[in-house]
Design a protein around this ligand. Sequence first.
Ligand SMILES: [Cu+2]
Length: 152
Amino acid sequence: MGMVTGSHRSVNKLLTEKLINRYLQPMKRAIYTGIVVSGLLVLMGNPLFARTLDLTDQSGVKEIEISSRGMAYDVAEIRVNRGDRVRVTYRNGGGRHDWRVDEFEGAATRMLSAGRSETVEFVADQAGTFVFYCSVPGHRQAGMYGRLVVKD
Ligand SMILES: [Cu+2]
């Protein structure tokens, strides 16, 4: 009886070890990989690594050039004055993206394939802080957005 119980125990132990090796280790690896990858994504899309374009002191049409790499624009914030005519050229550095601000008419490029660019123009006719973003599902959530600040 003791022998049988003992062998059952070691069989159980072996099974447990096998299960740990088969499922737990890969799970741990997947979790670590997930942490590293999401960390990199946060860094790439982090507004701290992108520029702020303050054009509030300039006169005339406000010319802005924005590009993107992966799912991140190279501009985190644009500052203009209310009533400014704003001309944005978006150059798509890779993937399929657009650039848009919902609150302003004309502030939207078409969906651009890699390497393409488009210039759009709009009047910043309302003050406030707005979001410019890429409308491909999931991209805004992944960090492909920035702020448009219109000062009164
Ligand atoms: Cu996008």
